[in-house]
Design a protein around this ligand. Structure first.
Ligand code: IFM
Length: 388
């Protein structure tokens, strides 16, 4: 792998990493996921990374690693622990988080809802409630009224297609539904909920940008007629349909990219991450190119690899960022790249074994240890570009 000093990302490009509240904060007790953990159905995050208390130190590490931006999420269940009851202390906590970012010149990107819902919302029907979009929007509006001035970049939700697939189709995440009708209905509810929040932001003329963190995959085929049709369908259903539903209601596209799916032979033999996912960084480029059609600024909001031994991460990051740069050269209005994740963290139904972090977390002591690959990413963030 050679360096190529001519290839620079533009000034102002955002370099950072992503986290989410339930996965790193610790001490969250009143969500649908906590209830499933209490019943022994899902692992318990417990203290997670104790980021709730250690965020200042973690942001110091982000700065040390050359980042100029950071993505995190706000925990709905902390803000609205009971229906219609909002906890000002939770807002005060997130104010401290914003202060800490500002002090370190880390540009925030904030997700309002990342997978976990308050237990009261789950128990009362969750996103199948008739008024779900209104309830969701009320929460978002509350947070934006209180904290909207602290960040220019907000996302209402994370990976609506991944979440609905697991929660309403596969039935392996709360609320464990296995029902095509519910699945399709909840996708619509989420789109409606997002649009409601967007309209609120517009009506209030809030000087922020609002989007959705959208997981897109690259579907590829050996060009047999059947596979071509299948790929067209999947691309439409998975990648485009939700974005089309919220068309005109987002200011940027936040891409979360992990997957490349090829149908038919020959299939390239690809290395696999600790998640068992095929590692193919070029799929980032392919997905970015597909987003050109929306004519909106694009951010890579998540892209990463579970690699406890840290033997594949550095090459992954070099290749992925090389492909991100190629997408820029080929006309994608790419404004930032956020690696998933800053820290090892609680990987949902998989628990703590899968390690995505630039920084290793020793869960017994909460010690943070910077992985060698984080220093490779640092070189890239600082403009000493490393490309293939
Ligand atoms: O950990 C998740 C994150 O919460 C959402 N995007 C994918 C990551 C890795 O699975």
């Amino acid at each position: 792998m050679a360096t190529n000093a001519d290839k620079k990302f533009p000034d102002g490009f955002l370099w950072g990493s992503s986290t989410s509240a339930y996965q790193v904060e610790g001490g969250i007790v009143n969500t649908d996921w906590n209830e499933a953990a209490r019943q022994g159905i899902l692992p318990d995050p417990g203290r997670a990374d104790d980021h709730y208390h250690l965020f200042e130190k973690d942001f110091d590490i982000a700065v040390e690693l050359g980042h100029n931006a950071h993505r995190f999420s706000i925990e709905w269940a902390r803000i609205e622990p009971e229906e219609g009851v909002f906890d000002e202390r939770a807002i005060e906590h997130y104010k401290l988080v914003f202060d800490a970012l500002e002090k370190r010149h880390l540009t925030p990107a904030v997700t309002l809802w990342h997978f976990t819902v308050p237990l009261w919302f789950d128990k009362s029907g969750g996103f199948l409630r008739k008024d779900a979009a209104t309830i969701f929007s009320r929460y978002c509006e509350y947070v934006l009224d209180k904290l909207g001035n602290r960040s220019k970049m907000w996302m209402t939700m994370n990976e609506p297609m991944i979440w609905t697939q697991n929660a309403y189709f596969n039935g392996n995440w709360p609320p464990f539904h296995n029902d095509l009708v519910d699945y399709l209905r909840v996708i619509n509810v989420l789109a409606a909920a997002h649009k409601k929040v967007y309209q609120y932001v517009q009506a209030k003329k809030m000087p922020i940008q609002l989007g959705v963190a959208k997981n897109n995959m690259y579907f590829d085929s050996n060009r047999s007629p059947f596979n071509r049709m299948l790929v067209w369908f999947l691309d439409w259903f998975w990648n485009r349909r939700f974005l089309n539903k919220i068309k005109g209601h987002q200011d940027f596209i936040a891409l979360n990219q992990y997957f490349y799916k090829r149908f038919g032979e020959p299939r390239p033999i690809l290395p696999r991450s600790d998640m068992g996912w095929e590692v193919y960084p070029r799929s980032l480029y392919l997905c970015l190119m597909e987003l050109k059609r929306y004519n909106l600024p694009v951010y890579v909001m998540e892209n990463g690899i579970a690699d406890a031994a840290d033997t594949k991460r550095a090459a992954f990051i070099k290749e992925a960022t090389m492909w991100a740069h190629k997408a820029l050269e080929d006309g994608v209005p790419l404004k930032g790249y956020f690696y998933w994740s800053l820290l090892d963290n609680f990987e949902w139904d998989k628990g703590f074994d899968k390690r995505f972090g630039l920084v290793e977390v020793q869960y017994d002591t909460m010690k943070r240890i910077i992985r060698p690959s984080a220093l490779v990413f640092k070189e890239i963030c600082q403009g000493n570009a490393l490309f293939i």
